[in-house]
Design a protein around this ligand. Structure first.
Ligand SMILES: *Cc1c(COP(=O)(O)O)cnc(C)c1O
Length: 472
C-alpha cells in the first residue's frame, strides 16, 4: 500500500495544475525559439555522438530529476542531433515541416488521449476520421461508399491493400493462409516503386519472390506492355496474380505510372487494383494539377500519406478503399472485453490492422478545415513551382535533369568535373547549408532534391543551387 494518496514522487508524472501550466508555457516559448535557431543554423546534425552516448549512459533512472532541467536538455539534443526536416533548405526525402493545425491537433489529442479502437468509446473522434477520409476519397474521385482509415504511414496502408487483395482473391486465405491458394500468389509493382513492398510480401506470408518488379519505360514509369506480359506469363505457369499496385509519384523520381492502363490490365485479369500515391496523392488538392492523377479513381484501394505532402506530423498515412465491405473479413474478430458495438463496421479494431490507436486523423481534419482545398492546392502548386525554379537554375549551370516529374522533385546529373554523385552529395550535406540526397533514377546516379517544406522560398532554392555548385 502507498503511504499516502497525496502528492509525492508521483507528482513528477502528474503535476498539479499550476506546475503544468508553468511547463506548458515554458515549452511553447522554448520550442518557438528553438525552431527559429534551427531555421538559421545547420541543416545537418552537429552533435558529437560519442559524447552524447556517454551523457545518455548517465541516465540510470535511479533518482528523479527535475523536469525543469530535463525539458531544456531534450530540446537541446533535438536541436543538435537531427537532420532538420523543418529547415527550409532541407530538400530531402518526403519529411515535411508539419502544418501548425497538425501540431495543434497533436497537442489536443495528447490531452484527451482518445482510444480509436472503438467507435463506442470515441464516437466524436471516429466520426471526424471517417468524415476526413471520405472527403479525401471523394476528392480522389472514388464513389460515395468509399472509405478507409488512418494508418501509421504508407507502409501500413500498402500492407492493408495487399491483405485485402489476397482475401479478395481467395477468401480462405483468412483462415488457412497462403496454403489456401492453388499456386503461389504474386503481385506487381514497378522497379521504381517503394521497396517496402518486399517487407510487406514477407509479412503477409507470400515471401519476397512474390513481388514482381515490372520494367519501367526509361522515364521511371511502369511499362504497361511489360506488366500485361508478366501477368499473362505468371497465369500460364500456375502462379496466382492477386494485385497490381501502380505508383502515383515514385519516391525517387516523382513519376506517375500509367494509372488508367494499369487499371485496365487489372480489370481484365480480375486483380485488385491499388494505387500507391503516398506522396503524390496530395495533387488531388490542386484543381490545376490533379488531372495528372487521372485513373486513380478506378482504384480498389489507394495509399495517401498525410505525413508527406499534406504535411501532418509524422506517423499519419491513409488507406482508402472503394470496397469497404471486404474489411471485416480481413480484420474482423470478436472479444468479450470490447464494448458492445452499435455499428460494427465503424469500429476501427475490426476494420484495420491496429487495435489501440492514436487519433491521427485530427491532424488532417484541422489542417484541411483551416486551409480548405484551396489552401492545400496552393501549397502543392507552390512546391511544384519551386521545383521548376530549381530545375531551370541547375540546367542553366549545365546540370542535366533526369526526371520529367509533375511533382516537386528534381533528379539532376551534375556536369563534368563534379565527380561521383554520392561524394558530391556528402560534401553538400557536410557543409550544412542545405540537404539533398543521392538516389538512382532509371539506373543512373542522381542528386535528388524534393521541395518538402511549405515555407521554402525562391531565395532558399538559389542558396541550394549555390551549395551544389560550391561542392564541385
Ligand atoms: C514514403 C512512401 C511509402 C512508404 O510510406 P511510409 O509512410 O514511409 O511508411 C510508400 N510508397 C511511396 C510511393 C512512398 O513515397
Amino acid at each position: 500500500m502507498p503511504e499516502s494518496y497525496g502528492p509525492g514522487a508521483t507528482s513528477a508524472l502528474f503535476p498539479n495544475r499550476q506546475d503544468r501550466q508553468l511547463w506548458d508555457d515554458f515549452l511553447t516559448r522554448e520550442l518557438a525559439c528553438a525552431h527559429e535557431r534551427v531555421t538559421e543554423g545547420m541543416v545537418r546534425p552537429t552533435l558529437d555522438l560519442a559524447a552524447f552516448r556517454e551523457e545518455l549512459a548517465g541516465f540510470e533512472f535511479r533518482a528523479p530529476q527535475p523536469i525543469g532541467e530535463l525539458l531544456p536538455w531534450v530540446i537541446a539534443q533535438m536541436e543538435h542531433g537531427l537532420v532538420h526536416v523543418t529547415h527550409p533548405r532541407y530538400l530531402g526525402l518526403f519529411n515535411p515541416v508539419p502544418t501548425f493545425p497538425a501540431q495543434c491537433a497533436d497537442r489536443i489529442v495528447g490531452l484527451f488521449n482518445p482510444q480509436l479502437a472503438s467507435a463506442t468509446t470515441s464516437p466524436a473522434a471516429v466520426e471526424i476520421e471517417r468524415h476526413t477520409i471520405r472527403a479525401i476519397a471523394r476528392r480522389a474521385g472514388l464513389a460515395a461508399e468509399a472509405t478507409g482509415t488512418f494508418t501509421s504511414g504508407g507502409t501500413e496502408a500498402n500492407y492493408t491493400a495487399l491483405l485485402c487483395a489476397l482475401t479478395q482473391a481467395c477468401p480462405a486465405y483468412a483462415t488457412d493462409g497462403v496454403r489456401a491458394f492453388a499456386g503461389p500468389p504474386v503481385f506487381y509493382v514497378s522497379r521504381e516503386s517503394h521497396l517496402a513492398w518486399l517487407k510487406i510480401a514477407h509479412q503477409v506470408g507470400i515471401g519476397r519472390t512474390a513481388v514482381r518488379l515490372v520494367a519501367t519505360d526509361g522515364h521511371g514509369r511502369m511499362d504497361a506492355a511489360s506488366l500485361a506480359a508478366e501477368v499473362e506469363r505468371d497465369c500460364g505457369r500456375g502462379d496466382v496474380p492477386v494485385m497490381i499496385a501502380a505508383t502515383a509519384g515514385t519516391t525517387g523520381g516523382g513519376m506517375i505510372d500509367p494509372l488508367a492502363a494499369c487499371a485496365e490490365i487489372a480489370r481484365r485479369a480480375g486483380l485488385w487494383y491499388h494505387v500507391d500515391a503516398a506522396w503524390g496523392g496530395a495533387l488531388i488538392a490542386s484543381d490545376r494539377l490533379r488531372h495528372h492523377l487521372s485513373g486513380i479513381e478506378q482504384a480498389d484501394s489507394m495509399t495517401i500519406d498525410a505525413h508527406k505532402w499534406f504535411a501532418t506530423t509524422m506517423g499519419c498515412g491513409m488507406f482508402i478503399t472503394a470496397r469497404p465491405s471486404l474489411l471485416p473479413s480481413v480484420f474482423g474478430v470478436s472479444t468479450s472485453f470490447m464494448p458492445p458495438s452499435t455499428c460494427p463496421e465503424l469500429d476501427p479494431y475490426v476494420t484495420t490492422v491496429q487495435w489501440s490507436r492514436r487519433f491521427l486523423g485530427l491532424r488532417l481534419f484541422l489542417a484541411l478545415a483551416a486551409a480548405g482545398w484551396t489552401g492545400y492546392g496552393e501549397h502543392v502548386e507552390r512546391a511544384v513551382a519551386l521545383a521548376g525554379l530549381l530545375k531551370d537554375a541547375l540546367a542553366a549551370h549545365g546540370w542535366r535533369i533526369a526526371n520529367d516529374s509533375t511533382l516537386a522533385v528534381v533528379c539532376a546529373v551534375p556536369p563534368a568535373g563534379f565527380g561521383e554523385v554520392r561524394p558530391l552529395v556528402g560534401r553538400v550535406v557536410a557543409a550544412g547549408r542545405a540537404w539533398v540526397s543521392a538516389a538512382a533514377f532509371e539506373g543512373q546516379e542522381v542528386v535528388r532534391a524534393c521541395v518538402t517544406h511549405g515555407e521554402t522560398t525562391p531565395d532558399d532554392i538559389m542558396a541550394v543551387v549555390d551549395a551544389l555548385q560550391a561542392a564541385k
